[in-house]
Design a protein around this ligand. Structure first.
Ligand code: 7RM
Length: 635
């Protein structure tokens, strides 16, 4: 029986049981059979969640790029590793083979070395979704430099914070980027950020939009001439299993962003293993994840997981709406995409545009559909299933986090029967636990609680850069000896998990626990409502009361607002109960959202509590302007 590639439900249960009974033997077999090691480990696992300290494959040595590139050369040298699909459909796509990727990564790595980057140094990568982004990530890994990719939609302040937090000595960027019909002056943003980053010694600049930019003498270098002059050979640095591979920032609910640190061997093993199974990847398949490499989804499931399996992975530079909303489906047809992985927020945006945009494209190549990033609502799930998968492609609703490094709960397509809005079953090696408010584990099925993980898995983040105490406080202090995810979940009668959302979204009103999601679902049923968000605010008698922010489909006249408020509370009373009625309802033009579509409730909570003197870090907001508009009319 192969533990590595699970094909049936029975096999899943067998493998899962084995992974729980004897995790070390389980992971050791996978590590042994499917990866290239320079030196074998002395110990598979040592761990102590009270410190917290976790080590996987201690004593082993490897380089992850030898696993993602070199070892494929003999059998897959001419196979396409990366398909680059540009923003503009009229521009030709590029196919980079494993052989070419080997040379390009080595050239890039040689350039990094020539500019003084050494093993352990931090390099900030601020690039659009062009091949140089994947190549520079791998080039860092090849020489043991720690990459810190910052999504190229972040502002100069957000960029500077991230550069300084981990003392990057180099920034890799481009002259600019294309995003739909717009261009963005990336180099200008970097220049502004670097006014506050004294530690940065050099900037490598890729040419993308041919704009006229400022190049600072002795600091800024055009990338291409350096690459052209660099050798295509380079011996990969030998890394220890637990050496940091990268830092990736995730926004905390308070304070500055957290630089999650991922290590080398465990991350490699886990992302490769989950990629193979969650997407049922076969040798000839073309796989496409629409995320940006600036997020964990792009790190694990555009770059490392697919390449470690010798897969063909698509990198798309553009947006779903350019030149029009048929773009995704045209790309699926053009590259005959077999596995397609996107976010619920994209699915909802596409659904809103109607099926006319789909009908033009041949989607028959699709075999597996994926979703990630937030709970997918039933309507979006069915729209995806009906119109994109034509009810033939299983949907994998994959639950995981920046901190977990890889997919934790997900169906295995063609093995696990799917259920709308359910992430279903834990991956082999993952031991979830649902906890009650008193810190006790809730056993049995048909239960709901706070989602924890009670045993280490290989790709878990090892610390927060420069702040181990914060790592401990945030993830290992709420429940003893467990990793706390911050999410709530329910386990149904057969043991399937459904992630209900962040538990920081739970509001206790008069002693009753209210989840924001069911209340919002009720409000959204009102025909005049487009979207809504609920937060709690302090109340003398109830402890907390509810404040609703509601976006109307049409702005309408304010004299109608009083009636609407009554109707909304009527629906809530009917669907959730009178306890969930809103004390205040503010009609707003938009909601503050992160770029991955998550509502930033922290800001809404502050506005509702009239505590707006310090809104905290708003640098990750897609639409910061809406915050002022909401504040101006707060109730
Ligand atoms: C991969 C990613 C993590 C948070 C997580 C959840 C939410 C992610 C799902 C989901 C319901 C899903 N990393 N989340 N996936 N909720 N179903 N399939 O998104 O660090 O950016 O976010 O996202 O709340 O804790 S992340």
């Amino acid at each position: 029986m192969s533990n590595y590639h699970i094909k049936h439900l029975e096999e899943y249960y067998q493998v899962y049981r084995k992974s729980i009974r004897n995790p070390e033997v389980f992971w050791e077999e996978i590590a042994e059979e499917h990866f290239l090691w320079r030196k074998r480990w002395d110990k598979v696992l040592s761990w102590d969640f009270s410190k917290p300290e976790v080590k996987w494959f201690e004593g082993a040595q490897l380089n992850i790029t030898e696993n993602c590139i070199d070892r494929h050369l003999a059998t897959r040298g001419d196979k396409t590793a990366i398909i680059f699909e540009p923003n503009d459909p009229k521009e030709a796509s590029q196919h980079i083979t494993y052989g070419q990727l080997y040379e390009k990564v080595n050239q890039f790595a040689n350039v990094l070395k020539s500019k003084g980057v050494r093993k352990g140094d931090r390099v900030c990568i601020y690039l659009p979704m062009i091949p140089e982004l994947a190549i520079s990530v791998l080039a860092c890994a090849r020489i043991g430099a720690i990459h810190s990719v910052v999504f190229a939609g972040f502002s100069s302040t957000a960029l500077a914070t991230r550069i300084n937090d981990c003392d990057c000595k180099m920034v890799i960027t481009s002259d600019g980027s294309y995003r739909g019909s717009k261009t963005i002056d990336l180099k200008g943003i970097v220049d502004e950020a670097l006014n506050d980053c004294p530690g940065v010694e050099s900037v490598l600049v890729a040419k993308r939009i041919n704009s006229d930019i400022n190049m600072k003498d002795g600091r800024d270098y055009w990338l291409q001439p350096l690459l052209d002059a660099a050798s295509k050979e380079l011996k990969a640095e030998v890394m220890n299993a637990e050496d940091p591979l990268f830092i990736l920032y995730t926004s905390g609910s308070t304070g500055k962003p957290k630089g999650m640190v991922h290590s080398t061997a465990g991350y490699m093993v886990y992302t490769a293993y989950t990629f193979k199974n969650v997407f049922q990847y076969r040798e000839e398949d073309v796989y496409w994840c629409t995320a940006d490499i600036g997020w964990i989804t792009g790190h694990s499931y555009i770059v490392y997981g697919p390449l470690a399996n010798g897969a063909t992975t698509v990198m798309f530079e553009g947006v779903p709406s350019y030149p029009d909303f048929s773009r995704f489906w045209q790309i699926v047809e053009k590259h005959k995409v077999n596995q397609f992985y996107t976010a619920p927020t994209a699915i909802r945006a596409l659904a809103k545009e109607g099926v006319g945009h789909i009908e033009k494209s041949d989607l028959s190549s699709l075999k597996v559909l994926g979703t990630v990033g937030e709970p997918i609502n039933e309507e979006a799930w069915h729209w995806y299933d009906d119109n994109i998968g034509k009810k033939k492609s299983p949907i994998v609703d994959t639950w995981w986090q920046t901190e977990t490094g890889g997919i934790m709960i997900s169906p295995i397509p063609f093995a696990t029967p799917t259920k709308p809005t359910y992430a279903t079953l834990p991956f082999p090696g993952i031991q979830p636990a649902l906890m009650d408010e008193n810190g006790n584990e809730i056993n049995g099925n048909s239960v709901e609680g706070r989602l924890c993980v009670k045993f280490p898995w290989p790709s878990m983040a090892r610390t927060i850069w420069g702040n181990h105490q914060r790592y401990k406080d945030t993830y290992f202090s709420a429940f003893e000896n467990k990793y706390f995810t911050g999410d709530g979940a329910l386990r149904d009668e057969v043991g399937y998990y459904r992630i209900t959302g962040r538990v920081d979204d739970v509001i206790i009103v008069s002693g009753h626990n209210l989840g924001t999601a069911p209340i919002e679902d009720a409000i959204n049923e009102h025909p005049a409502v487009a979207e809504s968000a609920i937060v709690g605010f302090p109340h003398d008698i109830k402890g907390n009361a509810l404040y609703g922010y509601v976006i109307l489909r049409e702005t309408g006249e304010s004299r109608k607002h009083e009636n609407l408020r009554k109707e909304i509370n009527q629906i809530i009373t009917e669907q959730v109960g009178p306890i969930a009625k809103l004390d205040k309802i503010q009609f707003v033009p938009g909601l503050p959202k992160t770029r991955s579509g998550k509502i930033m409730r922290r800001i809404l909570r502050k506005i509702a509590s009239k505590d707006t003197s310090n809104l905290g870090d708003t640098s990750t907001l897609l639409n910061p302007e809406v915050v002022q508009e909401i504040m101006d009319k707060a109730l």
